[in-house]
Design a protein around this ligand. Structure first.
Ligand code: ATP
Length: 441
C-alpha cells in the first residue's frame, strides 16, 4: 500500500483511490486526455462501457420490460428550441454565478456563499444568472434563428411526444414513458470525478396519472427507486431520502425527494423523484397550441395528466456502485483491493485462467471459454502469475474465476474461485455452466 510505504504523504481519499483504479483498469479516463483533457467530460474505457451498459440494461429491464404500464422512447438530443421556451429552461435553467475580482475564476454563488476565495482572498462580484444550456446552430447559417440547444434533460422529449405515444399505443393513465440518453449542462463548477459532469447520461421516467392520484404515485415511485438501488447491492445505511423543503420546490411541484448516497464528499443527490403536477404538458399545450389533454372514456372526463418523475444519472449511479463496492482488505498478510460489484452489473462475470500457456491447458481453457461465453460475460487471461491474475479480477469486480490446471485434462474438472469468499471448489467441466449459473443467479 502506498500509504504504508510513504507515511509522510496524505492518505489518499476514497474518491482519489477509485479514480486511480478507474484509470489503471480502464473504467474511465479524462476526456481527450492527451490534449490536457476538457473539464467536466470523461471517456469510458472497456470496463466502464460494460458497467454502464449493465446499469442501463438493469434500469430498462425493471422500468420497462418487467412492467406492462411503461413504454420506451428515444427522442433527439436537439429539439425545436420552442420546447425550451415552453418548459421554462430558457428563462429559468440558471445558476447564480460569481467571479473572483482578483483571479477572475468563476463559481456557483450558492456553493461559495459567505466565503472568500481561499487562494488570494479576493472578493466576489455580485451574482448574475447564468443559463446552463449549451447552444449551437443547425444548418449552415450561424444566425439567431438557427440557434438551438443541447438538451439539459431527456424529460422534455417525453412530454412533446405524449400525444404521439397515446395515439400510437394502447397506453392510458396511469402509465409511463421511459427514456435513456445523453444530456448536457454547462455546469459552472463540474467536479468530484464523474459526479457533476457537463456531458452525462440520464435514465428518466415520466409517469402520467389522474390528478387526484399524484401523491400516491410519488410515494410508490420513491419506494420502487430506493429498492432498485438496494437491489444493485448498495449498502442500505449509505442511502437515504431527503425531502425538498417548500423553498426548494418548483412552484408547480407537489412534492419531491432526493435519494442521497453518502459519497466521500458527503451526502449528495443520486436520484431525484418529483411530482411535477401537470406543469409541463400544460405549458407545451399553451405554447404549441396543440391539445395535450386526455379523455377518460370510463369516467367521461377530460384532463391533463399529472406526472411523477424519477430521474437518475447513469454516471452518478456508476460512481455510486463503484465507490460502494470498493474495499481494501488484508488476506493472509497480503493487501488486496476488491470491487464487490453485484453479479448483475459486474463488467466480467467469469474469468477463465489457465495455469500455463502450454498445451493441453491452452486448448482446454479456450474451449471452456467458448462454452461459457454465450451464457456469461467472460474474459480469458493467460498473462502473469495466477496470483496477479486473481488480484486483477478482484480489482475489476469479477465474481468468479475458473482455473484450468495441470489436473484438468486427467480429471476433466476445473476450480471455481469466488471473489468474495476466496473459496475454491473443484467442478467437473460438464457441470461448470450450471454451477456458475447457480452462483450468479
Ligand atoms: P443539482 O441541483 O445538483 O445541479 P439537479 O437537482 O438539477 O442537480 P436533476 O435535474 O434533478 O438534478 O437531475 C436528475 C439526475 O440527473 C440527478 O439526480 C443526477 O443523478 C443526474 N445529474 C444531474 N446533473 C448532473 C450532472 N451535471 N452530472 C452528472 N449527473 C447529473
Amino acid at each position: 500500500m502506498a500509504t504504508a510505504r510513504a507515511p509522510e504523504r496524505e492518505p489518499q481519499g476514497a474518491l482519489e483511490k477509485l479514480v486511480s483504479l478507474a484509470k489503471r483498469r480502464g473504467f474511465f479516463f479524462q476526456s481527450s486526455e492527451i490534449y490536457g483533457g476538457i473539464q467536466g467530460i470523461w471517456d469510458f474505457g472497456p470496463l466502464g462501457v460494460a458497467l454502464r451498459n449493465n446499469l442501463k440494461r438493469a434500469w430498462w429491464r425493471s422500468m420497462v420490460e418487467l412492467r406492462d404500464d411503461v413504454v420506451g422512447l428515444d427522442a433527439g438530443i436537439i429539439m425545436n428550441p420552442q420546447t425550451w421556451v415552453a418548459s421554462g429552461h430558457v428563462a429559468n435553467f440558471t445558476d447564480p454565478l460569481v467571479e473572483c475580482k482578483k483571479c477572475h475564476q468563476r463559481f456557483r454563488a450558492d456553493q461559495v456563499a459567505g466565503s472568500r476565495h481561499e487562494d488570494d482572498g479576493g472578493e466576489f462580484t455580485e451574482a448574475r444568472q447564468f443559463n446552463l444550456m449549451f447552444k449551437t446552430f443547425v444548418g449552415p447559417v450561424e444566425s439567431s434563428s438557427a440557434q438551438v440547444y443541447l438538451r439539459p434533460e431527456t424529460a422534455q422529449g417525453i412530454f412533446v411526444n405524449f400525444a404521439n405515444v397515446i395515439n400510437s399505443t394502447r397506453m392510458r393513465p396511469p402509465f409511463g414513458i421511459a427514456q435513456v440518453g445523453k444530456a448536457f449542462r454547462n455546469e459552472i463548477t463540474p467536479g468530484n470525478s464523474i459526479f457533476r459532469l457537463r456531458e452525462f447520461e440520464m435514465m428518466e421516467l415520466e409517469y402520467f396519472v389522474p390528478p387526484a392520484d399524484e401523491l400516491k404515485w410519488l410515494e410508490y415511485w420513491k419506494e420502487q427507486r430506493m429498492e432498485w438501488h438496494r437491489g444493485l447491492g448498495i449498502r442500505p445505511d449509505k442511502l437515504r431520502f431527503r425531502q425538498h423543503g417548500p423553498k426548494e420546490l418548483a412552484h408547480y411541484a407537489r412534492g419531491a425527494f432526493d435519494i442521497e448516497y453518502e459519497f466521500p464528499f458527503g451526502w449528495s443527490e443520486l436520484e431525484g423523484i418529483a411530482a411535477r403536477g401537470n406543469y409541463d404538458l400544460t405549458e407545451h399545450q399553451r405554447v404549441s397550441g396543440k391539445d395535450l389533454s386526455y379523455f377518460d372514456d370510463l369516467k367521461r372526463e377530460r384532463y391533463i395528466p399529472h406526472v411523477v418523475e424519477p430521474s437518475v444519472g447513469v454516471d452518478r449511479s456508476m460512481l455510486t456502485v463503484l465507490l460502494d463496492a470498493y474495499n481494501e482488505e488484508e488476506v493472509r498478510g497480503e493487501q488486496r483491493t476488491v470491487l464487490r460489484l453485484h453479479h448483475a452489473i459486474a463488467p466480467i462475470q467469469v474469468a477463465i485462467l489457465p495455469l500455463s500457456r502450454k498445451e493441453p491447458l491452452l486448448s482446454l481453457a479456450t474451449r471452456v471459454e467458448h462454452d461459457l461465453r454465450p451464457f456469461f460475460r467472460t474474459e480469458y487471461d493467460d498473462t502473469q502469475s495466477i496470483g496477479k491474475r486473481y488480484r486483477r479480477q478482484d480489482e475489476i469486480g469479477t465474481p468468479f474465476a475458473v482455473t484450468i490446471d495441470f489436473e484438468t485434462e486427467k480429471d476433466q474438472a476445473a476450480t471455481i474461485r469466488s471473489r468474495d469468499e476466496m473459496t475454491q471448489v473443484r467442478v467437473p467441466l460438464a457441470e461448470l455452466s450450471d454451477a456458475l449459473r447457480e452462483r450468479l443467479g
